[in-house]
Design a protein around this ligand. Structure first.
Ligand code: SF4
Length: 256
């Protein structure tokens, strides 16, 4: 029965896409430089197909029609290249909400960056749509400048449901995304929200990742929640207590 509780993030992706994509354009709410990864230019997009309790982009996520404005792939490329060029960054990314919802738009942005030749593109994604459709991993395999960071929401189906409110069986698609990407030769690694995980659950997840590929355990990145006031309130309502978390004083300035 518990497998039926929650929403379907693939259906939600389609509903959100209709609000944040228009032809080849997509909504963005911010372009910025920042110190992550030693310096990276970031385009913050609008719209996500999950509803994580710890989300720092929740304001735009929850009112996608009213946030930011539509940008063409050319405009996004120009903004990213301009920020990265000015600051001497080699890395660029789309972050904020979920980049994969507007797939054709995303591919066009990557194409433009690849043709430029100066940058590496970090695709930060929850992976659900890539796990559900292997052709998306194949699309990415055509590029040599892409690295995918799949952000796993918890260490198990149960944690995924608690943290996102989505149906627990969709957690598997996050792991499938990693499998599909590696099968297609696309560099990828998992970043895992572990604030709520028992050590045993982390060990079990690592065993599941090792079955896909040993490199996923070697490149396993740990993520922990930042205790923004709205996150504390959401966690309280959900009855969730993080085992490990960062205080707002320690939040990197580019996330504020
Ligand atoms: S996947 Fe990322 S953007 Fe979407 S709700 Fe979760 S934390 Fe927020």
């Amino acid at each position: 029965m518990s497998g039926e509780r929650g929403y379907d993030p693939i259906l939600l992706a389609e509903a959100v896409r209709r609000m944040v994509a228009r032809g080849s354009e997509r909504r963005y709410y911010r372009f910025r430089g920042g110190r992550w990864y030693g310096g990276i230019a970031t385009a913050d997009c609008v719209g996500c197909n999950l509803r994580c309790v710890f989300c720092w982009g929740w304001r735009v996520r929850d009112r996608p029609s009213g946030a930011g404005r539509f940008y063409s792939p050319e405009e996004v490329y120009e903004r990213l290249a301009s920020i990265a060029g000015r600051r001497g960054y080699r890395l660029v990314r789309i972050s904020g909400n979920e980049p994969t919802i507007a797939w054709d738009h995303l591919l066009r942005v990557i194409e433009l960056l690849e043709a430029d030749g100066r940058f590496r593109f970090v695709l930060e994604t929850n992976g659900i749509l890539i796990g559900a459709d292997k052709s998306k991993a194949r699309d990415l395999s055509k590029f040599s400048s892409v690295h995918v960071r799949v952000s796993l929401k918890g260490a198990s189906e149960e944690e995924f449901h608690l943290l996102t409110g989505a149906r627990r069986e969709f957690y598997r698609l996050q792991l499938e995304a990693l499998r599909n990407l590696l099968d297609e030769g696309v560099p990828a690694h998992p970043a895992v929200m572990l604030s709520f995980s028992e050590p045993r659950a982390v060990d079990e997840l690592k065993a599941r990742l090792a079955e896909i590929d040993r490199s996923l355990v070697e490149e396993f990145e740990e993520e922990y929640v930042f205790l923004y006031p709205h996150v504390v309130e959401q966690l309280r309502r959900a009855g969730l207590q993080p085992r490990v978390a960062f205080e707002p004083d320690n939040i990197p300035e580019e996330l504020v």
